[in-house]
Write a protein that binds this ligand. Structure first.
Ligand SMILES: Nc1ncnc2c1ncn2[C@@H]1O[C@H](COP(=O)(O)OP(=O)(O)OP(=O)(O)O)[C@@H](O)[C@H]1O
Ligand SMILES: CC(C)(CO)[C@@H](O)C(=O)[O-]
Ligand code: BAL
Length: 284
């Protein structure tokens, strides 16, 4: 596996990769890799001839009081995992390489980004959209792979690619991969490592109570009451607070107060022991 840390290195490495022909997949990450990321890489390898993975802890998507400094960074371990999975090229720029001095551009998104994590993390999705647009321009993949674990993020990226006409030639296809979960149902996340043993055990309440809420809603329960019960049970189960627990249209992410005939999604963000966890599940 080659590793590029500057744009010139990336361009040279890509030229060599593409000289032999074949399709190219991009798997963008912020590192601190786990089986969820590696599942994206495996799906990418099944779909394309070459896989390029990026590792960049993007400062523009972190708010002033968030965990940018604390975010786990383990490039050597991550690199070994990616090489073992057959990744051809790791794009691992520093901040200066991604945002050189004089950088003055930011993509502003709205609509699918307005509620939920967009409201809880002002500017977050603008940061995500800006760096992903740059990654698409830098790599020009045939396919790009993202996790449904970050469901709203995936919707934002799809909207950005559509609106900026990035689907050709910058990226041909944006693929969503189902959430990979721990044995007790907790969605794998780089931030799970922040959890104490007690909080990690209690965090299993998140998928458990989400499933209970979905069962109630699908059985005809009032959506507002089901969501209030979900929030209460999370706090009773050890969560400090709930940023949001919402039913949304699976496509538009418009908040819903009743179960529609169209596909819907339950979206939750909650805090436990100072760690913010998110999850989402299909409803109906
Ligand atoms: N459990 C998972 N299942 C499927 N995809 C995942 C999972 N965890 C992360 N991903 C995907 O991997 C890509 C990189 O995500 P990122 O590097 O932020 O990891 P993360 O586990 O989401 O970390 P964080 O704790 O910051 O949420 C994203 O597209 C994300 O949706
Ligand atoms: C898509 C992404 C790599 C952009 O920094 C990040 O938001 C993530 O890891 O989900
Ligand atoms: N996968 C989520 C990235 C973030 O929380 O910034």
């Amino acid at each position: 596996m080659q590793t590029a840390t500057t744009l010139d290195m990336l361009r040279n490495a890509q030229a060599g990769l593409r000289a032999g022909g074949g399709s190219v997949a991009l798997v963008p990450t912020m590192g601190a890799l786990h089986e969820g990321h590696l599942t994206l890489v495996r799906e990418a390898r099944k779909a394309c001839d070459h896989v390029i993975a990026s590792i960049f802890v993007n400062p523009t998507q972190f708010g002033p009081n968030e965990d940018l400094d604390a975010y786990p960074r383990q490039l050597a371990e991550d690199s070994a995992m990616l090489e073992a999975e057959g990744v051809a090229l790791l794009w691992a720029p520093g901040v200066e390489a991604m945002y050189p001095s004089g950088f003055v551009t930011s993509i502003s998104v709205s609509g699918v980004s307005d509620n939920f994590c967009g409201a809880a993390r002002p500017g977050h999705f603008d940061g995500v959209a800006t760096v992903v647009c740059k990654l698409f321009n830098q790599v020009m993949p045939d396919k790009a792979f993202f996790g449904e674990k970050d469901y709203q993020q995936l919707a934002v990226i799809r909207a950005m690619a559509r609106d900026l006409d990035l689907t050709r030639p910058h990226v041909q296809d944006i693929i969503g991969v189902p959430t990979v979960r721990e044995a007790d149902g907790l969605a794998m996340s780089s931030r799970n490592r922040y959890l104490s043993p007690e909080d990690r055990a209690n965090a299993a309440a998140l998928p458990r109570e989400m499933k209970a809420a979905i069962a109630a809603i699908e059985a005809g329960a009032d959506v507002g009451n089901a969501l209030a019960t979900l929030e209460r049970r999370l706090v009773e189960g050890g969560f400090a607070s709930v940023d949001y627990a919402a039913l949304a249209d699976a496509q538009s992410l418009a908040p819903l107060t009743s179960l529609p005939p169209a596909p819907a999604r339950l979206l939750v963000a909650a805090r436990i022991g100072g760690t913010r966890l998110i999850d989402n599940m299909a409803v109906g």
